[in-house]
Design a protein around this ligand. Structure first.
Ligand SMILES: [Zn+2]
Length: 181
């Protein structure tokens, strides 16, 4: 199996593009630019706040206009750790992923699935044309891992949705009702 065969394909396609973009905590400039361009190039309402958090809004699919707006949230930064003897520059080098048995992993570094896979789910949904949904707001906060300064710096009116689903839990198929996942 290669990484192109992972399912849902649309999510893993986004994830592999995300993993080409360096995004250490507090140095997410390239990822902020990527997300900003990603949303704008698709004609979606895209905003970046003073802190560097990004929001991309997508209108509902036909017939779902009266639904409540749902916010999907992930964080764009990743923990950068590597094997001691590996030469790797987290500010510039793409993460090199590969499949090892049942696991998607990375060559000598952290994988960045926390929370790259949350970001990938949001982008896949924004890019989809075969999923029915009400109005959605996809939020990507910066610097979750080293102080939550992205969330801290966000103004109250940056998001306008009624419900928020955080995409940073570790347990597939489980939804936690709490503030800290
Ligand atoms: Zn996380």
């Amino acid at each position: 199996m290669n990484t192109k065969e992972l399912k849902p394909a649309a999510v893993f396609e986004q994830f592999s593009k995300i993993n080409e973009i360096p995004r250490p905590s507090k140095h997410e400039e390239k990822m902020i630019e990527y997300l900003g361009n990603w949303g704008k190039s698709r004609g979606l309402d895209t905003q970046i706040d003073e802190t560097g958090n990004v929001i991309i809004r997508k209108p509902s699919t036909p017939g779902m206009e009266d639904r409540k707006t749902v916010i999907l949230q992930s964080h764009m930064d990743m923990v950068c750790d590597k094997l001691v003897d590996l030469e790797f520059d987290f500010d510039n080098d793409p993460i090199r992923t590969y499949i090892d048995g049942d696991w998607l992993t990375a060559e000598g570094t952290t994988l960045g699935a926390d929370d790259g896979i949350g970001c990938a789910i949001e982008l896949a949904l924004l890019d989809s044309n075969d999923i029915e949904h009400g109005p959605i707001e996809c939020v990507f906060t910066r610097d979750e891992e080293t102080g939550l300064t992205g969330a801290e710096g966000m103004k109250a009116d940056f998001m306008t949705g009624d419900y928020l689903i955080n995409l940073d839990s570790e347990d597939e198929g489980e939804i936690l009702a709490s503030c800290a996942g």
